[in-house]
Design a protein around this ligand. Structure first.
Ligand code: G3P
Length: 214
């Protein structure tokens, strides 16, 4: 199992690193925009502290444009993974990057058929969005179950599943039970995962009892 930080915020990323809970980082244009930095500056800052994979998302929607953007990202650091929105032209670019040994993540996956195509095109990662499916009353974890089953059925598929759009701890626990490989988690959800009210009650009781020591 790997845990990534789903953020472009350096404080959140550094917190994940300090906890040993940052095997990599995923970003997207929305997360970069929140930092107030340019895409290049944000990606360089993240790569300066993270040794694991750093996912940088292209904006182009044609195969040639995606390829050029991805090649520029790949110059920033060896640990860049080119993140490409699921689309026909994107799959062409994935194949080209795969032939050159450049890692890719096909993002915005909302169906098993999309995951199959991305994996077969040579994507290192497929990125299903569980929270956004739950938002429209389509259970996100059913998609994870299906993709895990299909990938397990075909051991030649090397793509790893990154569970994304994680909004609460169950979005980690249920896909973990299904056998997903990687969980990209926002800082707020990481903090929620630490907490249990019985733990807090237990700590308070131990400290209270410790006052009775002779
Ligand atoms: O990694 C993709 C993720 O950041 C999307 O999350 O909450 O915007 O659906 P959300």
């Amino acid at each position: 199992m790997k845990i990534y930080v789903d953020s472009a915020d350096m404080a959140e990323i550094e917190n994940g690193l300090a906890l040993g809970l940052c095997d990599g980082v995923t970003t997207n244009p929305t997360l970069i925009a929140k930092t107030g930095k340019s895409m290049d500056a944000a990606i360089k800052d993240i790569c300066s502290v993270v040794d694991g994979d750093v996912h940088a998302e292209v904006l182009s929607l044609d195969a040639e444009g995606i390829y050029k953007e991805g090649k520029e990202f790949a110059k920033v650091a060896d640990n860049i993974v080119v993140k490409i929105p699921m689309c026909h032209e994107g799959l062409k670019a994935v194949k080209r990057f795969s032939d050159e040994g450049i890692k890719t993540n096909v993002t915005l996956i909302f169906s098993t058929s999309q995951a199959i195509l991305a994996a077969k095109a040579g994507a290192s990662n497929v990125c299903p969005f569980v929270g956004r499916l739950d938002d429209i009353s389509s259970p996100g974890n059913e998609l994870i179950n299906e993709i895990v089953t299909v990938f397990d059925n075909y051991p030649t598929i090397e793509s790893e599943i990154i569970v994304a759009s994680i909004r609460n701890p169950l979005h980690v626990v249920e896909p973990a039970l299904a056998g997903a490989h990687i969980f990209t988690i926002p800082g707020g959800v990481l903090a929620q995962m630490e907490k249990h009210p019985l733990t807090d009650i237990g700590i308070a009781a131990f400290l209270e009892d410790a006052k009775k020591f002779t």
